[in-house]
Design a protein. Structure first.
Lengths: 293, 297
């Protein structure tokens, strides 16, 4: 990617909350397609997504979204927001609103001014997330997974060029996650989609690119297959847990899935998963919560 | 580019937001309860207090509508203003500003305004049908414009109640804030006007609900309190506009030089209407002819 042409360009971006460093000198660029952000709690994923979503500003570095610097002027940030869809990590809902009413409210804020066109668009996004038959139900009466899909639906309004989703699959059952993958993969053909998740299988199934964050820094940035390849030869199926394994557990077959360390006696090499590679990439950092300065 | 065209922002967008907010207000249970109580109490008053001379002290009755509908509107509008803030991260990353959302919230005043107008019309129709004592301060004993001005204080106060609720919702974040505002409103209105002080009674008109009619005195007369009710209506409307502007002031991006000038102009208008209300119209308190059946002494 040449400079100045990516949908999202972050150069030397840093962010602190008091004495805690959330992001440090992050350089990333994103274009059309679905990119997954992985990292332990406190890695800086949500901070990164909030900066890209114009919800907060960076303390240092340069942020360019859709070719604009959102901190430069109100006109610039408004122009970015016109082509942005954002699902925050925690989204509350007005208790008196139905699913349709809430999304319509957001649609009005997103300048869908014509009533007929707005209604059609609201119905389209509700249908896209499988909530067409729940449109008139108050959000307070929907399940957690359905509420999450309401949040996703509002992020899809207007087919935005830039879609930022913070843990979109949280609270969804397997069938709903499969539906979501289908929706997002279609969206990735025409938009830049950034999503954070703790579900490595979602990233493996959906994303062509993965960024691993830890301690506010980028640990890996590349194709999912490249990350998985880093774990080849470091994962085994064995009769005993490895003594110096990074992590191991007893599988349903009775054998142990061993990640990292030396191969246990009698172990068979196993096909690594994205989760294995992610755990190996982070090592002990996989359990860290935050990184004080 | 986006595969779907997004219409441009403007008046149409603001109207769409305003319609949504007005609709939410009309359905809000606190508002609906206030409206129901206002009409029920008016009906009970007419049935239980009415006598052979008709509806007593009819010019005091706009207070019923203002009390039940207006105060309920304060609470409902404050709750509506706060309600969308639970989704603030999504809402704040949409193109519209907080000031624009606040301006749309001013439309929550429309249902209370309509309810107050219906209340006032009902009052006038009931008085026409059932009748009032010939000595009452009402059409025939007062200039029509003064009667209408006092009657219309009800819808204007209902409208202002919602606008005050928007102001409270934007600035006061603690639980029970809107109820506290309602109590403060009542306390200020009661303590702020020295009802029996005939010498300076025009200057009571700074309060958000000024009384122009005392009700029955012990000798059966009724006192009309000095001041210009039409100018007072203008003062109330200016206060409502100030409430909206004060709520919009919460958004730092809205505080442009032009906006500051607008705030100053509306504040000046409020002062001007107040001075007009206090210095024109009826200069002295006036007692009606006694209504013998109402005398208690």
């Amino acid at each position: 990617m040449s400079a100045g042409t990516s949908t999202v360009e972050l150069t030397g971006v840093g962010k602190r909350y008091g004495r805690t460093r959330a992001l440090a000198d992050v350089d990333l660029a994103f274009d059309r397609g679905v990119t997954g952000l992985l990292g332990p709690n406190g890695a800086g994923k949500t901070t990164l997504l909030r900066i890209v979503a114009t919800s907060i500003g960076a303390d240092s570095g340069e942020v360019r979204l859709l070719g604009r610097d959102p901190s430069r002027s109100h006109a610039d940030v408004t122009a970015v927001r016109r082509e942005l869809g954002y699902l925050p990590q925690e989204l509350g809902y007005p208790s008196d609103m139905t699913a349709f009413g809430f999304i319509e409210y957001v649609a009005v804020l997103k300048e869908w001014n014509d009533r007929e066109a707005r209604s059609q668009e609201v119905r389209r996004v509700l249908d896209a997330v499988g909530l067409a038959d729940q449109a008139s139900v108050r959000i307070s009466r929907l399940s957690g997974g359905q509420r999450r899909r309401v949040g996703l639906a509002q992020a899809l309004l207007g087919d935005p060029r830039l879609v930022v989703l913070d843990e979109p699959t949280a609270g969804l059952d397997p069938a709903q996650r499969a539906d979501l993958r289908r929706t997002l993969s279609a969206l990735g053909h025409r938009s830049t989609v950034l999503l954070s998740t703790h579900q490595t299988e979602d990233v493996a199934a959906l994303c062509e690119r993965v960024v691993v964050l830890a301690g506010g820094t980028v640990r890996f940035d590349g194709a999912v297959t490249d990350l998985v390849a880093t774990a080849v030869g470091r994962v085994w199926l064995a009769d005993e847990p490895g003594d110096d394994a990074l992590v191991s557990w007893r599988t349903g077959t009775g054998r142990h899935h061993v990640v990292g360390g030396r191969a246990p006696v009698g172990a068979d090499p196993a096909e690594p998963t994205l989760e294995d590679a992610y755990l190996l990439m982070l090592g002990p950092d996989a359990h860290r919560v935050h990184t004080p300065s | 580019m986006s595969s779907l065209s997004i219409p441009a922002s403007g008046i149409a967008g603001h109207r769409a937001m305003a319609v949504i907010e007005a609709r939410r207000m009309a359905r809000h249970p606190v508002f609906v309860l206030g409206v129901a109580l206002g009409f029920v109490v008016l009906g009970l008053y007419v049935v239980l207090v009415g006598d052979e001379t008709g509806i007593p002290v009819v010019l005091t009755l706009p207070l019923l509508g203002a009390f039940y509908i207006g105060l309920a509107s304060v609470i409902a509008a404050a709750l509506l203003t706060r309600s969308t803030e639970v989704a603030v991260e999504t809402i704040a990353t949409a193109p519209g500003t907080e000031a624009r959302r606040t301006l749309a919230l001013a439309a929550t005043g429309i249902p209370p305004l309509v309810a107050g107008l219906v209340f006032s019309v009902a009052l006038v129709v009931l008085a026409k049908v059932i009748g009032v004592a010939p000595q009452e301060w009402w059409f025939g004993t007062l200039p029509d414009w003064q009667v209408w001005s006092i009657v219309l204080m009800c819808p204007v106060a209902c409208f202002d109640g919602a606008l005050l609720g928007v102001l409270a919702g934007r600035w006061l974040r603690f639980r029970g804030a809107s109820a506290m505002v309602v109590v403060a409103l009542i306390v200020v209105s009661v303590l702020g006007q020295p009802l029996l002080d005939t010498g300076s009674s025009e200057w009571r008109l700074w309060v958000p609900w000024a009384i122009f009619h005392t009700g029955d005195n012990p000798d059966g007369t009724q006192t009309l309190i000095a001041g210009n009710p039409a100018a007072y209506l203008g003062y109330l409307l200016a206060l409502g506009a100030l409430a909206v502007l004060g709520a919009m002031w919460h958004d730092r991006t809205a505080r442009t030089p032009r906006f500051r000038i607008l705030v100053a102009a509306v504040a000046a208008a409020a002062v001007a209407f107040f001075v007009l209300a206090a210095t024109t119209g009826n200069h002295d308190n006036r007692d009606s002819d006694p209504i013998p059946s109402r005398a208690t002494s």
